[in-house]
Design a protein. Structure first.
Length: 256
């Protein structure tokens, strides 16, 4: 009987040891399960953080792409704005030159009228001086003819025969008065020469300026069928549009 109890006791001790070991294993398993759960939670959290960071990176990349596109647009607008400003400046300068040419044309017209008046004065004075000179010479010939005698040589031609002696032209201007008219005619002629030179110089400058203006106008308009005023108006409108677009793009940059 005692032997059987001893065997049963040893059997129970062995089972107890196995039970204790099993409890330890269960504790270790539970701890491992908790560690696994924590690890799984950390892994999921890390995955979620990685996913969020990836999404953040993608969003930042999209924003960078948008900013790059906006910057490209800003540079394009800036370049186009400078080009329009330059074209407008040239157009307005040509308008000023166009007005100057119109003023020069008016001056030329007035100078041509003045020249015609001075030329008419010269022709009148010249005719008067020529008539006075001719009358003076006829009177001088008449005076000489009055002193001719038959058979006596003519002091002018030397002939002793005087079939048709010159006759006096009547009252005429004196030699001093005749010479004064000739002087006036010469002075008026010099006035006409000076005016003619001025006209020639003015016409030359005006022709050169017209050619330059036409050449620069064609280069600026580049085939556009419009007047300079209309061209400048369009450039001003385009400049306003570009400035508004640039402001909108700048606002987009600030929002980004």
């Amino acid at each position: 009987m005692a032997l059987e109890w001893e065997q049963e006791k040893r059997q129970l001790n062995r089972e107890l040891e196995r039970y204790v070991a099993l409890e330890e294993l269960e504790k270790e398993c539970s701890a491992l399960k908790q560690s696994l759960a924590l690890a799984t939670e950390r892994t999921e959290r890390n995955r979620r953080q990685i996913r969020e960071k990836k999404e953040r990176i993608q969003m930042l990349n999209r924003q960078l792409d948008q900013l790059s596109a906006v910057e490209v647009e800003r540079e394009r607008l800036s370049g186009e704005q400078k080009a329009v400003e330059n074209a407008l400046q040239k157009g307005e300068a040509l308008l000023v030159d166009q007005d100057k040419v119109a003023q020069q044309e008016q001056l030329l017209h007035k100078a041509e009228e003045q020249y015609q008046k001075e030329q008419a004065r010269w022709e009148a004075v010249r005719s008067e001086a020529n008539r006075a000179q001719a009358a003076f010479l006829r009177n001088q010939a008449g005076l000489l003819a009055q002193k001719l005698e038959e058979g006596q040589p003519c002091p002018v031609c030397g002939s002793r025969e005087h079939p048709a002696p010159a006759k006096s032209a009547g009252e005429s201007l004196s030699q001093e008065e005749t010479e004064a008219l000739q002087t006036r005619a010469e002075e008026q002629y010099q006035i006409c020469v000076a005016l003619a030179n001025q006209l020639s110089e003015l016409r030359g400058r005006l022709k050169t300026e017209r050619s330059r203006l036409q050449r620069e106008r064609e280069q600026l308009l580049d085939g556009q069928d419009c007047e300079l005023n209309e061209y400048c108006r369009k450039q001003r409108e385009r400049l306003i549009q570009l400035e508004q677009r640039s402001q909108a793009v700048a606002e987009q940059c600030r929002e980004k």
